[in-house]
Design a protein around this ligand. Structure first.
Ligand code: G3P
Length: 197
């Protein structure tokens, strides 16, 4: 419907609000796109400026996914419309209209989308991310493993909802593509470890 189309467009604009860039600007820090991995995301903000701005960045980027998807869900939109709202926010995060279409890699926003679909789905994907991060201490690899499992978790936890499974699988593929420099570093054994700070 037209309302659903407007919601999908609105989610794209919301996703375009890059928390990393906004938080670092407001806190008088540098530009996360110019330093470290160059990625405007919580991992690079933590690497460069520490845990506090990173936590705010993570929260902001997750909210961009969870809020519109949960609202669409509560409004009783079709499963396809609900997941397209999440997909639009994810694409906004990656290709933000407000920041020259140069955005992040989508991990936090995709986690938020998963929580918006349902609490068990979000908990499964985020729990996998946290567990792997705790054991291996590599942010990118944790994200790759957790998001690779996301379609399977949805299949099991959302009663085989194929709209959610397939659009989430597309998000996972795009997320892997955005992590290609990380994957190269992982294969060379040169990826950064998450440091305590
Ligand atoms: O959220 C992105 C993360 O998976 C990797 O970030 O800065 O290490 O490329 P980064």
């Amino acid at each position: 419907s037209e309302i659903e189309l407007a919601g999908i467009a609105g989610a794209y604009f919301l996703g375009s609000l890059s928390s990393a860039i906004i938080v670092c600007r407001l806190m008088g820090l540098g530009d996360p796109r110019q330093e470290g991995s160059g990625n405007p995301g919580a991992t690079n903000v933590k690497r460069l400026y520490g845990s506090k701005p990173a936590a705010i960045t993570l929260l902001g980027d997750m909210l961009k996914g969870v809020v519109p998807v949960a609202l669409a869900n509560m409004a009783g939109w079709s499963p396809l419309a609900v997941i397209l709202v999440g997909f639009a926010s994810f694409i906004g995060h990656l290709y933000p209209i407000f920041f020259g279409f140069r955005g992040g890699k989508g991990v936090a926003t995709m986690l938020g989308v998963m929580f918006g679909l349902s609490l068990p789905i979000g908990a499964a994907v985020a729990g996998t991310w946290l567990f792997v991060a705790k054991v291996l201490k590599i942010s990118s690899l944790s994200a790759l493993i957790a998001t690779a499992l996301a379609p399977l978790y949805i299949y099991l936890l959302a009663d085989g909802n194929m709209a959610w499974v397939s659009v989430t699988a597309i998000m996972t593929l795009i997320l892997f593509w955005r992590h290609r420099s990380n994957i190269e570093r992982l294969l060379k054994g040169e990826e950064d470890l998450i440091k305590k700070s």
